[in-house]
Design a protein around this ligand. Structure first.
Ligand code: ADP
Ligand code: MG
Length: 385
């Protein structure tokens, strides 16, 4: 579960991470009054509360010099759409004088099987650019869970990136707090970007991203209480109702992948990504690939208008491939599937019959053999070759 910025800040505040206090505005009416009564020093910054980053570049972070200007901006920004996420709430806080913007995060890294500390003195809205053009300015250090945050970790992060060593103690304290929070709250990611360095050399978290493992929610009542304010993904909800797992992956992707089982789903995702293609979403069909369920899954997947190609990978053993083929045909004969491609890879009973059903349907369905060959087929079809 991804928290909104002000929710993330509330958790960070519990750990005494230096943050800025602000107010949350959720209605145009009374916004001016609320801002005035909050006693904030102007100028202020108004920030759209959505579960994704990149708000600054999408017009979701604005500055105001007066109460009137702030209230007017609140009116304009409430309900705004940021890459598919609606801003139902805004956070208003004092604008900070920033000398430098740093990047700091701890994420669960499955490669090093440890929490991974990522630090850069060149943070802010262009952190992705920093990663591309100056990777030496980014330090990644696995944190040994038995040793915790040691001095050498901080020394290495500052040394490697050429950051000012005078911040060593402040940074270590900050990382220790985040590290505790990372474990206490079963997080997958705790990120501060920017971690602002001000004129007096103090560090303040000006943005906060926290992602909590959904499986831990029963243990975290304070986090679960935040849930009401979040917009759940319509496809995730729809899929859950019929026992499918829908996993949004990359907004900019155009491929939807579905499979019966998470292991094979991940293998498909890996191979497609390795070929340089982006996946929009994945769907785990679970067991029992009947024609109705396949058709329903494709329908949910195509609920994402960005998807132009659906890949279904079924390894069934006793699964009847003719059932799967019928489901695929049913889905692709629907209005919402027009202009879309479907690549179907299946193993199981009645495979030849399935191929016949697909061939006779005249629908834009391509049958492929094996996963690597399927990936090549997806590539070719999407290239229009
Ligand atoms: P996002 O990461 O979603 O773009 P941020 O909260 O990081 O949103 O805000 C984008 C940029 O706006 C920051 O990099 C920083 O330059 C500026 N900013 C954000 N909050 C403040 C603040 N309280 N005072 C001054 N500048 C801010
Ligand atoms: Mg940010």
């Amino acid at each position: 579960m991804k928290l909104l910025e002000y929710q993330a800040m509330a958790v960070m505040d519990k750990y005494a991470v230096p943050i800025q206090k602000g107010i949350v505005i959720d209605a145009k009416e009374g916004a001016a009054e609320k801002i005035k009564n909050a006693g904030l020093h102007f100028p202020v910054v108004i920030k759209a509360q959505v579960q994704i980053g990149g708000r600054g570049k999408a017009g979701g972070v604005k500055f105001a010099d007066t109460v009137e200007e702030a209230a007017k901006l609140c009116g304009e920004m409430l309900g705004m759409d940021i890459r598919g996420h609606k801003a139902n709430e805004l956070l208003v806080l004092e604008k900070k004088d920033i000398k430098t913007e740093w990047y700091l995060s701890i994420m669960l890294d499955r490669c090093s099987k440890a929490p991974l500390l990522i630090f850069s003195p060149v943070g802010g809205m262009d952190i992705e650019e920093t990663a591309r053009t100056s990777p030496e300015k980014i330090a990644k250090v696995p944190l040994d869970p038995l040793r915790g945050v040691q001095d050498y970790v901080i020394n290495y992060a500052l040394d490697k990136t050429g950051a000012d060593k005078q911040y060593k103690h402040q940074l270590k304290e900050m990382v220790e707090k985040l590290y505790r929070m990372f474990f206490d709250y079963y997080t997958m990611l705790v990120e501060i970007n920017p971690l602002a360095v001000d004129e007096n050399g103090r560090l303040t978290a000006l943005d906060g991203k926290v992602e909590v493992d959904d499986n831990a929610l029963p243990l975290l009542p304070d986090i679960t209480a935040f849930r009401d304010k979040l917009q759940e993904d319509p496809q995730v909800i729809e899929a859950k109702k019929v026992n499918f797992l829908f996993i949004p992956i990359d907004e900019s992707g155009a491929i939807g992948v579905m499979s019966n089982g998470s292991g094979m789903l991940m293998s498909c995702i890996d191979l497609i990504s390795k070929k340089g293609m982006k996946i929009h979403a994945a769907l785990d069909l679970g067991g029992g690939a009947t024609s109705e369920r396949i058709a329903e899954a494709v329908r949910i997947m195509l609920g994402r208008s960005q998807i132009d190609t659906v890949f279904i990978c079924i390894f069934g053993g006793i699964t009847r491939c003719d059932e799967v083929a019928k489901g695929a045909c049913l889905a692709m004969s629907k209005k919402e599937a027009s202009g879309k491609n479907l690549i179907l890879r299946m193993e199981g009973t009645n495979k030849d019959e399935a191929a016949k059903i697909v061939a006779e349907s005249g629908l834009p369905i391509t049958i492929a053999e094996g996963i690597p060959n399927s990936v090549d087929t997806i590539y070719r079809i999407r290239k229009g070759a």
